[in-house]
Design a protein around this ligand. Structure first.
Ligand code: GDP
Length: 423
């Protein structure tokens, strides 16, 4: 079985916990895009973990984890993440972690450039996490960079870096920054790169062979459909492809085909950073939802913008992802509400629409809210659909029908066993 688990909305849907839950049935877990700009939070019997770069399967003893060629990797951050996890008793070895030789290295100057550019943009900023992801992808497509495979050829690295640093100083100089030195970059690459060389692998061969042997492979996305660089709310997107169609390209075996796409969607909406977020709630209604859901960024601690469930955006996300089934997360968070707000349509220039607009039309869209009956009960102990209050079941069925995609899993708490499977 070759499965992708992807986000339907703006990210932070709870993909990490779904991967942790479902990865039990998989031999190989793969991250296929992005860098350390997001965080998956996983709570299991080993404790609470925030993973920025490592695939969530790293917390499973038997799983092999792959970091795909579509990723951009800050090797210093990765070494830190590995140290934190090994310090907590998680074994990380070349047997259970394989890093694609094609993955792009996010350098210290990418982070510096990201910060300087966000500062320059001031009130027009995109809301970058300032971790260098956009400059890394930018350079990747300019074909000016260092890949993991270069760490295996340390002898020729200095020569490659000389041209690269010369060019990069032209860019950084535009911001008034001091020039970077080849020797500093070389030292940094040696310091962290040498530790990682045992993990560098040909993930094309590894994934192709694994699929041929009938192994189960799970591909894990970062962020959600609406953040995809091509199909999302550009330019308030991330810099990579978050869609399931890209999963095997980014993972490293473009010829393989997915059997199943599981879309993760949250029982309400949240969004980090700038950009259009039509269903946004404000004031006390928003603060109460943010507190109930603990909606603060896993990577940055930033308070997230929140809103009711957004049907036009989610239905669009389901189509973009080609989801076969859905996991609805954080339903328990809505327990405090007398009435549950749901954004059922948008109004654009005085016209009601259920489809998701693009460009400036999206910027002008206003939410049309309806309220569904609240369930006002602690549902965190429910383990079967019949344990749920009638109003919670109605809410699930309402969303399922509006998105035209079956909801297979419903999570009612952050813990590994706090979920139910729908009939
Ligand atoms: P991801 O990036 O999509 O993995 O999402 P995040 O890790 O940023 O956000 C998910 C957050 O919600 C984490 O803190 C999880 O522990 C928590 N969480 C996940 N599922 C549930 C749930 O069903 N109920 C509650 N209360 N919290 C959940």
């Amino acid at each position: 079985m070759l499965t992708a688990i992807v986000g339907i909305n703006w990210g932070d849907e709870g993909k990490g916990r779904m991967v942790d839950l479902l990865s039990e049935d998989y031999d190989v877990i793969c991250r296929y895009q992005g860098g350390n700009n997001a965080g998956h939070t996983v709570i299991n019997q080993k404790g609470k973990f925030i993973l920025n770069l490592l695939p969530s399967g790293i917390l499973r003893d038997e799983a092999v984890n792959v970091m795909g060629g579509g990723m951009v990797i800050d090797i210093e951050h990765l070494c830190g993440e590995i140290d934190t996890l090994t310090g907590r008793g998680i074994a990380i070895t070349p047997e259970n972690l394989k890093i694609s030789e094609k993955a792009f290295i996010s350098m210290p100057y990418h982070k510096a450039q990201d910060i300087m550019e966000e500062d320059r943009l001031a009130d027009k900023k995109y809301g970058s996490t300032r971790r260098g992801i956009a400059p890394s992808y930018g350079d990747k497509y300019l074909k000016k960079g260092v890949r993991m495979s270069d760490l295996l050829e340390m002898d020729t690295l200095e020569e490659k870096l000389t041209g690269l640093v010369e060019w990069k100083n032209l860019v950084l100089g535009g911001y008034g920054a001091d020039p970077i030195q080849v020797s500093d970059m070389l030292d940094w690459l040696r310091k962290y790169g040498e530790r990682l060389t045992p993990f560098i692998a040909d993930t094309f061969e590894y994934l192709s062979d694994s699929a041929a042997q009938g192994k189960n492979i799970l591909l894990e996305a970062q962020l959600g459909a609406l953040r995809d660089i091509d199909y999302g709310i550009y330019p308030y997107t991330t810099s990579s492809q978050t869609l399931a169609s890209y999963a095997f390209i980014g993972a490293g075996a473009p010829g393989l085909k997915l059997d199943r796409v599981i879309g993760v969607v949250k029982a309400y909406s949240s969004c980090v950073g700038e950009g259009p977020f039509t269903a946004e709630l404000f004031g006390e209604e928003a603060s109460a939802l943010r507190e109930a859901g603990g909606e603060y960024g896993a990577a940055t601690g930033r308070p997230r913008r929140v809103g009711g469930f957004d049907i036009p955006a989610s239905a669009h996300g389901v189509k973009l992802q080609g989801a076969d089934q859905l996991a609805l997360t954080k339903l328990d968070v809505l327990s405090y509400l007398d009435k549950i707000p749901v954004c059922v349509a948008y109004e654009v220039d005085g016209v009601l629409t259920k489809s998701f607009p693009t460009g400036d039309r999206l910027m002008r869209a206003k939410p049309v809210y309806e309220y569904l009956e609240g369930f006002k009960a602690d549902i965190s102990k429910c383990r079967r659909p019949e344990d749920l209050p009638e109003a919670a079941l109605k809410y699930i069925r309402f969303i399922e029908s509006a998105l035209d995609c079956p909801i297979k899993y419903v999570s009612v708490g952050p813990g590994r066993d706090e979920y139910l499977v729908m009939d």
